[in-house]
Design a protein around this ligand. Structure first.
Ligand SMILES: Cc1ncc(COP(=O)(O)O)c(C=O)c1O
Length: 401
């Protein structure tokens, strides 16, 4: 018999992998409407700009040789400098290229962090609900995930502090801006307080912030990292939502001692991230495409979000509660009555060819948590299809009440 490692035989991990498979079932029907997808809109991918950039890059007298050769573990310097100057400094995070490492997407940062920090049995505090991919990674490292309560302002810090005292966690994992799955944003005063709690109790905060730049409403907030005086906050970000998920690019911002270990873990994983992607992304920023691009995609998501909010308010049954996000790609709905969204999903996939993500998989506490909830993405669906799909979904849900 195949003898897998104890880690990969752990029933909790096996269950999470099953949950993931069930959660993100692909939509195969040609006429399907996938509110389940967390990807950016096709229209938000900078295809034309990258065609132009690639033609210049892939030349011997351009950056062709550099893009195709081996690189260094931190990633190309100009991209790291761009991140520091264009993405972090305007948000109140003062750092340099030396404290930024380019990863192969945001998820790789989680894996590198776990590799460097977690021993079996270590506790990670997570939001309730939380981003299930990361739970999977924490479980691969045999961590114990403890859920912390949230309200419409994000993590409730009294609960976080109580759980710090009770469970002595190694790490607090949070998606503070337009959270996946709820779309909720952590309030500014709580961001500062969380950084202070991390310092007070000597715990790491892993701030996963891939939606931060997709703000189409409201006031920009400082990242938790901006309040970090003592190196207790590690910031993970991604180019997936603002540039291209296929480029597999992300970055991590960490203090020297943590960065040293992360960079060695990176070497042991894959030496460095894709130089081809790094060079194309660096040129995209250097040539000044980013500000216009960001403005355009924020306008696109603003429209899609507004159409979805309207459609849910119009077509879902009375008593439905949902979030009104100021950015990102998701809303989170809680249905009235006794509707189990896992069962509902099977029916809507079958009968309506409409998918969403059932809520329960996002809760590490299990049981009935999230049973009546659903994550609905507006990012990758056109406004016309949002209208049609939410009406069909709402009409169907009403028949179940
Ligand atoms: C909260 C969160 N973190 C990380 C990621 C992963 O991003 P990447 O595509 O860069 O690996 C996602 C993607 O959906 C996400 O929602």
């Amino acid at each position: 018999m195949t003898k897998f490692s104890k880690r990969w035989s752990d029933p909790a991990l096996v269950e999470t992998c099953d949950v993931m498979d069930r959660l993100f079932q692909p939509m195969t029907a040609a006429d399907g409407i996938a509110f389940s997808i967390g990807s950016p809109a096709q229209e938000a991918l900078p295809v034309d700009a990258l065609r132009e950039i690639s033609q210049d890059v892939f030349r011997r007298d351009g950056r062709g040789v550099e893009a195709l050769a081996y690189g260094t573990k931190m990633g190309i310097r100009d991209l790291r400098e761009i991140i520091a100057a264009q993405l972090l400094a305007p948000k109140g995070v003062q750092t340099t290229a030396d404290n930024i490492l380019i990863t192969a997407g945001g998820l790789e940062t989680m894996k590198l962090m776990c590799d460097v920090f977690l021993d079996p049995g270590d506790v990670v505090l997570v939001e309730s609900p939380t981003f299930v991919h990361c739970v999977m990674i924490f479980q691969i490292f045999n961590a114990v995930c403890i859920p912390c309560q949230m309200d419409d302002q994000g993590l409730i810090l009294e609960d976080v502090e109580a759980k710090i005292k009770k469970y002595h966690p190694k790490m607090i994992y949070t998606v503070p801006t337009f959270q996946n799955p709820t779309g909720v944003t952590l309030a500014q005063d709580r961001r500062q307080k969380l950084a202070e709690l991390a310092e007070k109790y000597d715990i790491l905060v892993l701030e996963d912030d891939p939606y931060r730049d997709i703000r189409f409403k409201g006031k920009d907030l400082l990242p938790i990292k901006a309040f970090d005086q003592t190196g207790h906050v590690v910031l993970a970000n991604s180019f997936s939502k603002i540039f291209s998920p296929g480029s597999r690019l992300g970055y991590v911002v960490a203090p020297d001692d943590i960065m040293e270990k992360i960079s060695y873990a990176k070497v042991a994983t894959n030496s460095h991230s894709s130089k081809i992607s790094e060079v194309l992304a660096a040129e995209f920023f250097k040539r000044g495409y980013f500000p216009e691009h960001l403005k355009r995609i924020c306008a696109l998501y603003r429209e899609r979000c507004a159409v979805m909010m309207d459609a849910i308010d119009t077509y879902f049954p009375a008593g439905t509660k949902h979030t009104y996000p100021d950015g990102g790609l998701f809303t989170w709905a809680e249905l009235p009555g006794d509707i189990d969204t896992t069962e509902l999903l099977k029916e809507t996939m079958d009968q309506l060819h409409i998918s969403f993500v059932a809520g329960s998989g996002f809760y590490v506490e299990g049981g009935d948590a999230g049973k009546h909830c659903m994550r609905i993405s507006f990012g990758a669906v056109t406004p016309e299809k949002i209208q049609v799909g939410i009406k069909r979904l709402g009409d169907y849900i009403k028949t179940k009440l």
